[in-house]
Every structure is written in structure tokens, then in C-alpha cells.
Ligand binder design. Structure first.
Ligand SMILES: Cc1cc2nc3c(=O)[nH]c(=O)nc-3n(C[C@H](O)[C@H](O)[C@H](O)COP(=O)(O)O)c2cc1C
Length: 369
């Protein structure tokens, strides 16, 4: 019965919902999707159907990491639900954890629109949002609701620096992060510090080792309530990336989320007048290299959360074999719909069995060793 429901949801998305949404301007389509999900999660029948259709839990996909129980390795990536408006739909879709935001200390309207362009020939999106959100003082109520009313679901707050001229110096930027981290105390289970949004007024100052050290010295004082993951930049060489890992290793950071949007447009045909940075398939190859090299050197120090271009179970499994303990998805949700979540879990289960691994933990990093 569940398989039939899933078949209709998968194909309903592919043949009805997606063509309808893709006929709209992407900013509008995104707004409609959030409004629909925010409405649906208030309707018990919709939630019952969602949970029934998406349910796929297997013991060998679960792990205890950073003191947290992850019922499976599949997470919802930061950026789609900026104000934590659809957390119950995310949990109901079968994700074990979700990053909401990125949220900043002060409210921000983001960059001038359009924020999004589709690049279907690359299975990609061009993102130019610039961290629009209601500000942590308001979003924290939504985080708290999800945190208090979900079971076996880890709420991660993706916290970034306000995108405005005001938080201009590094000191002000650091205060901005610290404010949001303090505000989320007791309302999130995982702190995701986003140092790598390429779409902002300040650029990414804390992807410089010295400045990262300064930031983490201050965040160390306020991150005692939950494990910390650093959302890492994509456009770094392995050596540059390693320098950032070495800094993070000196601080209260338990995980690295690898990685954020790709700035480099090389080999991609994207109209010059379209602003933004790339999500989706074109981020996959370099992220996998970063994951492999990070696992080799820092695998015993950090949990790796791998993302970028995951569109199938094979893509997810490749990241796990490269060294990721957990994975996240963003773009594939728009291209393939929510059934990608149970499809990945089911596919992972098959890959583990085919390779003779008893659990997900046995497969982590086997290709990096
Ligand atoms: C619509 C959209 C908005 C995003 N906004 C953010 C954000 O606010 N903060 C962040 O850390 N990453 C953001 N990202 C990046 C994703 O979290 C992820 O790192 C990237 O898209 C690669 O994953 P994917 O290939 O599965 O899309 C955004 C991505 C998308 C698609």
C-alpha cells in the first residue's frame, strides 16, 4: 500500500506539480511551495498521508553521533526554509535532521530579486538570495515549536551574519553570530555556523583562517548547549580547506558541513546578467574531493556532513564512502520532489547489503582509506 502511495506521489510530483511549478518564475514557485507546506502541516489528514507515504526506517541506517541519535543519515539542507515555517513537513518527510535558515541576528530582506534561476540542463539552481529572513528574535519561536513537538528529529539552526552594511567590521560580525547562538539556546539540537554564504555584502571574511580563529574563540563561549557544525565554503583548494579544518580543530566544533554554494562558473553556460552562485550537481565533484581529503586527515576529529549534488542513492552512498557520516539535500527536492528522501534511504540499504556492510557506520570513509 505504502509503495503505491509513494509511486503516485513520485509521479504526481514529476508529471503534475513540477511542470506547474517550473512554469512559474522560480522565486514565486519557492514562495508557493513554502506556503503550501506551511498550510499542509496544519492539516492532520495531510500529515498522516505524508508520514504514511514517506515512512522508511531501518535500524542499520541509524547512528549516534555527537551525542545525538540520528534515525537515518538523510538531512534537509539550509536555505530552503529560511524562517523554519515548514519544519513539521520536513520531519514528516522522513529526514532525521533539518537545517533551518540561514537565520541572522537582524531581520534582512536579502538581495534585490530575482533570488533564484533554474539551470535544468545541469540539474542546478543559481542562488542570489543573500540571507533573507525574519531575524532570530522571531524565527526562534518557530524553531522552538519544531524542537518541542517532534520526536527523533534533530533541529539544526543555520546561523549566519546579518547581510547589511551595519555589521561591517569583523567584531560586529562576530557579535551578530554570538547573539543568534545565545538566542537559540534550548531551541535547537545542533548549531550550524554558516561562514560561507557567497551572496552577501561582506563576502565570506570568516573563511580566512585568522579571522575564523577570532570568530570561533568567541562562539566557543556560548556553544556549550549543543554540538556545532561549521558550514564550509566550496571554492577552496584542498590545502586552503585543510587550513580551515586545522583552525576548527582547536575549537568547540564537532562537525563540518561540506559545503556551500559554488562560485566558480567555469565550464557552465550561465547568462552573465544572472547574479548568484550555484547549487546542485555542479557542486558534487569538488565537494566529494573535499570530503575525501578531510576524512583522511580529520576523520577521527570531525563528523562530516556531506552535501552537494545528491540526486540519487548512489550519489548519497558515494559521499558516505568518501567519509560523510550524514548527508543533506537541497536542489534534488525541487527537481525530484519529497519522495527522494525514502528513495535514498531504501537505496542506501540496498548498497549496504550488496557490499556486505552491516550498518551505515561500516561504510563511512571506506573509499578514503
Ligand atoms: C534555494 C537555496 C537556498 C540556499 N540558501 C542557503 C542558506 O541560506 N544557507 C546555507 O548555508 N546554504 C544555503 N544553500 C546551500 C545549500 O544548503 C547546499 O549547501 C547547496 O545547495 C548544495 O546542496 P544541493 O546540491 O543539494 O543543492 C541554499 C541552497 C538552495 C538550493
Amino acid at each position: 500500500m505504502r509503495t503505491i502511495f509513494r509511486f503516485f506521489t513520485r509521479n504526481g510530483y514529476r508529471f503534475i506539480v513540477k511542470p506547474y511549478l517550473f512554469a512559474k518564475q522560480p522565486d514565486k514557485a519557492h514562495e508557493m511551495m513554502i506556503s503550501f507546506a506551511a498550510w499542509a502541516q496544519k492539516v492532520p489528514l495531510m500529515m498522516f498521508l505524508l508520514r504514511f507515504t514517506m515512512k522508511y526506517e531501518k535500524q542499520n541506517l541509524s547512528q549516534k553521533l555527537m551525542g545525538l541519535e540520528f534515525k537515518n543519515p538523510v538531512g534537509f539542507a539550509a536555505g530552503i526554509d529560511k524562517n523554519a515555517e515548514i519544519g513539521f513537513c520536513i520531519e514528516g518527510s522522513g529526514f532525521s535532521f533539518g537545517s533551518f535558515g540561514s537565520i541572522t541576528a537582524k531581520k534582512s530582506d536579502g538581495n534585490p530579486k530575482p533570488w533564484y534561476h533554474r539551470l535544468p540542463s545541469y540539474n542546478a539552481l543559481l542562488i542570489y538570495a543573500g540571507l533573507p529572513n525574519w531575524g532570530v528574535d522571531k524565527v526562534v519561536y518557530n524553531l522552538e515549536k519544531i524542537y518541542d513537538n517532534t520526536k527523533n528529529f534533530i533541529v539544526a539552526g543555520s546561523l549566519a551574519r546579518t547581510n547589511s552594511k551595519e555589521a561591517a567590521t569583523d567584531e560586529e560580525g562576530i557579535k551578530d553570530y554570538v547573539y543568534s547562538i545565545k538566542k537559540c539556546r534550548g531551541k535547537i539540537g545542533l548549531i550550524e555556523i554558516n561562514i560561507s554564504c557567497p551572496n552577501t555584502f561582506h563576502g565570506e571574511p570568516f573563511t580566512d583562517p585568522k579571522r575564523l580563529d577570532k570568530l570561533l574563540t568567541q562562539t566557543d563561549k556560548v556553544t556549550d548547549y549543543a554540538p556545532v557544525t561549521l558550514k564550509m565554503p566550496h571554492d577552496k583548494t584542498l590545502e586552503e580547506f585543510d587550513e580551515l579544518c586545522a583552525i576548527a580543530a582547536k575549537h568547540n566544533v564537532q562537525a563540518l558541513t561540506i559545503g556551500n554554494l559554488r562560485k566558480n562558473r567555469k565550464h557552465l553556460s550561465i547568462p552573465e546578467e544572472w547574479n548568484g552562485n550555484i547549487a546542485g550537481k555542479p557542486t558534487e565533484h569538488h565537494n566529494n574531493k573535499l570530503i575525501t581529503s578531510t576524512y583522511k586527515k580529520w576523520g577521527s576529529r570531525f563528523v562530516i556532513i556531506g552535501l552537494g549534488g545528491i540526486f540519487s542513492p548512489v550519489d548519497a552512498y558515494r559521499k558516505i564512502r568518501a567519509g560523510a557520516s550524514l548527508i543533506q539535500i537541497a536542489s534534488a527536492l525541487m527537481y525530484l520532489g519529497p519522495t527522494i528522501v525514502p528513495d535514498i534511504k531504501k537505496g542506501l540499504e540496498k548498497h549496504l547489503e550488496a557490499d556486505g556492510f552491516k550498518s551505515i557506520a561500516d561504510a563511512i570513509g571506506v573509499d578514503a582509506k
